[in-house]
Write a protein that binds this ligand. Structure first.
Ligand code: 13P
Ligand code: SF4
Length: 307
């Protein structure tokens, strides 16, 4: 097995070099994939990285909307998603057509879309956001109505933080919605000294019980900087690999072991190798959509991060 893994990794490295490729991985990816990546991060950091890479090929170890965002920002590069079935169910909870209908009901409203959306939905939006900058993005929008899509839980959290009402789309993340208030209550009872940090995609009742609400990148920073030795993590459990690797003196506990994103887990080392060998699956956003979507993504990148 060790020889097999070593051979697999060596071949990925060889192909990566010969094809001038970079491997980007989200914080939820399998540990073996994180270890092969040139960069591991949250959605915002991955977009920023894609925007500035000088590689010819980007192997995106994440889900489809993330690869699309890379394609929006880097039209001249080949963007590969190692498994085309790695989609985000939340991003499929809204379509461009349904958003156009909503816009007709609220003429003049600005549309803020979470980065977890298709390129078509981004093309219908005024500005994009991630969990790391959603509050700042909403604060940057001028007066008037705002339609926020598709995550109702991130949306209601941001509306309260920014102190302005928003029209919310009823989407949600099936993985984060598995984390329940009783999970946090149980973890607090088992680890009374622990800090509890959760992702904004969690249910409002879960966020209300947490010490901090943070993007995955925010969690990585919090874990590094806190003096707490025990931390309960309310997000997809793939992030525990990186947290434990980077913080050997601290203890991390999953708020719920049920918080697994099955689509993220489709990307394995074998798929990464196959993807580089066959140069597949290419994710390319059509130019007409790309140009419109890029306006929303560029505005988000100009805002930067806040958490
Ligand atoms: P982050 O941007 O915080 O990494 O979150 C991405 C995501 O898909 C959360 O489910
Ligand atoms: Fe989508 Fe949720 Fe998976 Fe993130 S964890 S990619 S929001 S389904």
């Amino acid at each position: 097995m060790a020889d097999y893994d070593a051979g697999l990794k060596a071949e990925i490295l060889r192909l990566k070099k010969s094809k001038k490729a970079v491997i980007l991985a989200h914080n939820y990816q399998l540990g073996e994939v994180q270890d092969m990546a040139d960069f591991v991060g949250d959605s915002l950091e991955l977009s920023q990285n894609a925007a500035k890479t000088d590689a010819d090929v980007i192997v995106f170890c994440g889900v489809h909307f993330m690869a699309e965002t890379a394609s929006i920002l880097c039209p001249d590069k080949v963007v590969l998603l190692p498994d085309i079935h790695a989609g985000c169910p939340m991003s499929d909870m809204i379509t461009a057509e349904r958003l156009r209908e909503k816009k007709k009901e609220h003429p003049g409203a600005a549309v803020v879309c979470y980065v977890n959306t298709t390129a078509e939905v981004k093309a219908e939006s005024d500005i994009c956001c991630t969990s790391a900058n959603a509050v700042r993005v909403v604060e940057s929008v001028g007066p008037g109505e705002i339609i926020f899509v598709p995550d109702q839980y991130l949306g209601s959290y941001v509306a309260a933080k920014a102190g302005r009402g928003m029209i919310l789309w009823p989407g949600y993340c099936p993985t984060h919605s598995r984390i329940l208030p009783q999970d946090i209550i149980r973890q607090r009872a088992e680890h009374p000294q622990a800090k509890v940090i959760v992702h904004p995609e969690c249910r409002p009742e879960v966020k209300a019980l947490a010490d901090e609400v943070l993007s995955t990148g925010g969690m990585i920073r919090f874990a590094r900087e806190t003096s707490a030795k025990e931390i309960v993590i309310g997000t997809e459990i793939g992030i525990l690999y990186r947290l434990r690797k980077e913080n050997p003196g601290k203890w991390f506990f999953a708020a719920s072991e049920q918080a697994v994103c099955p689509r993220m887990k489709l990307i394995t080392l074998e798929r990464v190798l196959w993807s580089l060998q066959e140069m597949t699956t290419v994710v390319k956003v059509p130019e007409e959509i790309r140009l419109k979507a890029k306006v929303a993504v560029d505005k988000m990148l100009a805002v930067g991060r806040s958490g």
